[in-house]
Design a protein around this ligand. Structure first.
Ligand code: DX5
Ligand code: ZN
Length: 230
């Protein structure tokens, strides 16, 4: 008997898109079967790179109905949260190291009508979940050090995913478990078997000429996951 396929979500990171035609790129990945727009915000302070802000979020909001998943790699973080909420973000995630008051930042995101996520760098312990998991909608495990697309997947992230999955299941809440960095067709099944249900992929999708072919391949890998032991 085959178990029903889990609800897996594919979230292309627009960091690897062609910014000269960003609207077309977003529409193209959604038409190719992606579920979510992953929106990487970098400030050249918390991470050594500089990307896009609320103005671009607002522009993307106008051309898609797909959920926009804003990944804030900025410090400080609170000042900019209302701007992203007004710009149409659906989910806003931040790194605990970038906030002086993590519980307050989660509250701020929710007060502005968005879902809240907490992001874990490769060396950041999951203990930050201890007292706030009941307020979260998403846990994002970084499988690279944040700042750039196109890096290699750090295998220890699989152990962390298993531990995060246990914590989420124990909470009994509907919390998405997202993975970000180095996700490809050839490792997505193993990542899903470790507990992830939401997959950010930048270079693996936008770096290829045929977005639908990549997303279809990812989905067929995910369809095998029940048969992989973790
Ligand atoms: C890294 C970003 C990622 C990145 C993923 O700091 O948060 O979302 O764009 O890119 P790939 O899939 O190429 O590793
Ligand atoms: Zn990201």
């Amino acid at each position: 008997m085959t178990s029903p396929m889990k609800n897996y979500r594919i979230a292309p990171s627009i960091l690897s898109a062609d910014f000269a035609k960003l609207g077309e790129e977003v529409n193209a990945v959604i038409a190719a079967g992606a579920d979510i727009v992953h929106f990487d915000v970098m400030d050249n302070h918390y991470v050594p790179n500089l990307t896009i802000g609320p103005l671009v979020c607002e522009a993307v909001r106008r051309i898609t109905k797909a959920p926009i998943d804003v990944h804030l790699m900025v410090k400080p973080v609170d000042r900019i949260i209302p701007d992203f909420a007004k710009a149409g973000a659906n989910i806003i995630s931040f790194h605990p190291e970038a906030s002086e008051h993590i519980d307050r930042t989660i509250g701020l995101i929710k007060e502005h009508g968005c879902k809240a996520g907490l992001v874990f760098n490769p060396a950041t312990p999951l203990n930050y979940l201890d007292h706030v998991i009941d307020k979260l909608d998403l846990v994002l495990i970084m499988s690279v050090n944040p700042g750039f697309g196109g890096q290699s997947f750090i295998p220890e992230a699989l152990n962390k995913l298993r531990l995060a999955r246990q914590r989420i299941d124990a909470s009994g809440r509907d919390i998405w478990l997202e993975i970000d960095g180095g996700v490809k067709v050839d490792n997505i099944a193993e990542i899903a078997a470790a507990g992830a249900d939401t997959f950010v992929a930048g270079s693996a999708i936008y770096g290829k000429p045929d977005y639908k072919a990549v997303i279809d391949s990812m989905r067929s890998e995910l369809a095998k996951v029940g048969k992989i032991s973790c």
